[in-house]
Design a protein around this ligand. Structure first.
Ligand SMILES: Cc1ncc(COP(=O)(O)O)c(C=O)c1O
Length: 387
C-alpha cells in the first residue's frame, strides 16, 4: 500500500509565483531575457569578509555540530550588535542561532501555540507564517490591513480580533510585502495590551537593516517579553547560508533550547562562523553601500510606477519591496503578472501570494535587480500596458 499524505501537509499550498518562476525559467531557456522583480533576496553576493570567514572555518575543520543554541561567540556578537546599534543590553543567553528567520519563526511559534489556539497576523503578510501555525495545529486569525494603518496591525485591530483562544500576535517590521514599519507608539500599545491578556508578541525584524528614511528600530527596546525574529539573509546577503536568530524572553530559554535540539540540532556550523564576520566594520561598510543602492532603486520605482498607472498606497520604509495597487490597469493581478511575463519578460509577484485581502488588486515589485534592469523593466511595462 502506498503511504497516505497527511491532510496537514496537503493543506499547504505552493506560492503562485512558483508557477511564474517556472515559466520564466522556460522562457530563459528559449533565449528570452527576463527581468526578475519577483525574487525576495538581494541580487548582491555575500560580502567578501563573510565568505572568507566561512571558507576559513571549513578549511580549519569547523564543520561539527555547535551547541543547539548556537556558537557562543556568535550569540555574544549578536548581543553586542544590540548594544552597539541600539544601546540595549541583551543577555547572550536569550539569543538562539537558527536556520534563518524560518527556523526562528518555527521555534517561537512551537514554544507558544497550543492546538486550537490562534495567532493574529496581518493580511497581506509573509505567507509561510500561516503554514507554520497550521502545522502546529494552531489557527490563523488573518486581519485585513490597509493604507490607513500603514498596512500594519495596531492595538485597536488586535483588541478587536483578540479572543480567549489567541496565543500570540505576529508582526513584521518592515513588512513583506509592503515594506512598512509598525510605529513605536503602535508597538508600545500592542505590547501593553498583550501583557494584560498574557498573549505573546512576535516581531519579525528580518528587514531591520534595510530601512531608508529613519534609523533601524527593534521592539526589544520596548520590552524584554517580546520574541524577536531576525536573520542574516537579507541585509547581510546570506540567504543560502541558512542562518538567523531569535531573541526570547528569559523564561523561554530552556524550552527553546530543548526545541532547537530536537527540531534542527543546531544551525549550520560554517554559516555560524561566517556570520561572525557580519558585524565587522569592513562588512558593514559594504552593506551600507548596498542599502544606499536599494534606496536609489526604491526611489526610482516610487516615481516611475505611478506614471504607468500603478498606485503606491504607502511609501515603504524599508525591505526591498513595493506593494502596488494595479486596479486601474487590471481586475486580476495574477493574470496581469502572467501576461506581463509572457509578453514583455518582466517577472513580478501577484498579491494572492500574500493573502486574500483585495489580493487581485495588488502586485509586489521586488527591487532586487540593478537600476538599469529596473529602468528596462519600466520601459517594458509601459509597452505592455499600452497594449
Ligand atoms: C518577512 C519574512 N520573514 C522570514 C523570512 C524567511 O527568511 P530566512 O529564513 O531566509 O531568514 C522571509 C523571507 O523572505 C521574510 O520575508
Amino acid at each position: 500500500m502506498i503511504p497516505k499524505i497527511s491532510k496537514r501537509a496537503q493543506a499547504i499550498q505552493p506560492f503562485h509565483v512558483m508557477k511564474l518562476l517556472a515559466r520564466a525559467k522556460e522562457l530563459e531557456a528559449q533565449g528570452q531575457h527576463i527581468i526578475h522583480m519577483e525574487v525576495g533576496e538581494p541580487d548582491f553576493n555575500t560580502p567578501q569578509p563573510i565568505l572568507d570567514a566561512g571558507i576559513a572555518a571549513i578549511k580549519k575543520g569547523d564543520v561539527h555540530y555547535t551547541s543547539p543554541m548556537g556558537l557562543p561567540a556568535l550569540r555574544e556578537a549578536i548581543a553586542q550588535f544590540y548594544q552597539d546599534k541600539f544601546q540595549l543590553t541583551v543577555s547572550a543567553e536569550r539569543i538562539v542561532v537558527t536556520p534563518g528567520a524560518s527556523g526562528a519563526l518555527l521555534l517561537a511559534l512551537a514554544a507558544i501555540i497550543e492546538p486550537g489556539q490562534s495567532v493574529i497576523m496581518a493580511d497581506p503578510g509573509y505567507p509561510c507564517n500561516r503554514n507554520f501555525v497550521s502545522l502546529l495545529e494552531g489557527r490563523n486569525q488573518l486581519v485585513n490591513v490597509n493604507a490607513g494603518t500603514q498596512f500594519q496591525l495596531n492595538k485597536e485591530l488586535v483588541e478587536q480580533h483578540w479572543t480567549n483562544k489567541t496565543a500570540a500576535v505576529l508582526l513584521a517590521s518592515p513588512s513583506n510585502p509592503t515594506g512598512t514599519m509598525v510605529s513605536e507608539k503602535s508597538l508600545t500599545d500592542i505590547i501593553q495590551f498583550a501583557e494584560q491578556k498574557q498573549m505573546a508578541v512576535l516581531v519579525d525584524e528580518i528587514y531591520q537593516g534595510l530601512v531608508y528614511d529613519q534609523p533601524p528600530a527593534t521592539a526589544l527596546s520596548l520590552s524584554d517579553h517580546v520574541f524577536i525574529i531576525n536573520s542574516f539573509s537579507k541585509y547581510f546577503s546570506m540567504t543560502g547560508w541558512r542562518i538567523g536568530w531569535l531573541v526570547v524572553p528569559e523564561t523561554f530559554i530552556s524550552v527553546v533550547d530543548n526545541l532547537a535540539q530536537n527540531i534542527f540540532l543546531a544551525a549550520p556550523t560554517p554559516a555560524q562562523y561566517a556570520a561572525l564576520a557580519a558585524f565587522k566594520p569592513d562588512t558593514i561598510k559594504i552593506l551600507e553601500q548596498r542599502r544606499d543602492e536599494f534606496k536609489l532603486r526604491r526611489d526610482y520605482l516610487l516615481a516611475a510606477l505611478p506614471k504607468l498607472g500603478f498606485t503606491i498606497p504607502v511609501k515603504p520604509d524599508g525591505a526591498f519591496y513595493l506593494y502596488a495597487n494595479c486596479e486601474n490597469l487590471t481586475d486580476n493581478s495574477f493574470e496581469f503578472a502572467e501576461q506581463c511575463l509572457e509578453q514583455v519578460g518582466v517577472a513580478i509577484t501577484p498579491g494572492i501570494d500574500f493573502g486574500n485581502n483585495k489580493a487581485e488588486k495588488y502586485i509586489r515589485f521586488a527591487y532586487t535587480t540593478s537600476l538599469d534592469n529596473l529602468k528596462e523593466a519600466v520601459d517594458r511595462l509601459e509597452r505592455f500596458i499600452a497594449g
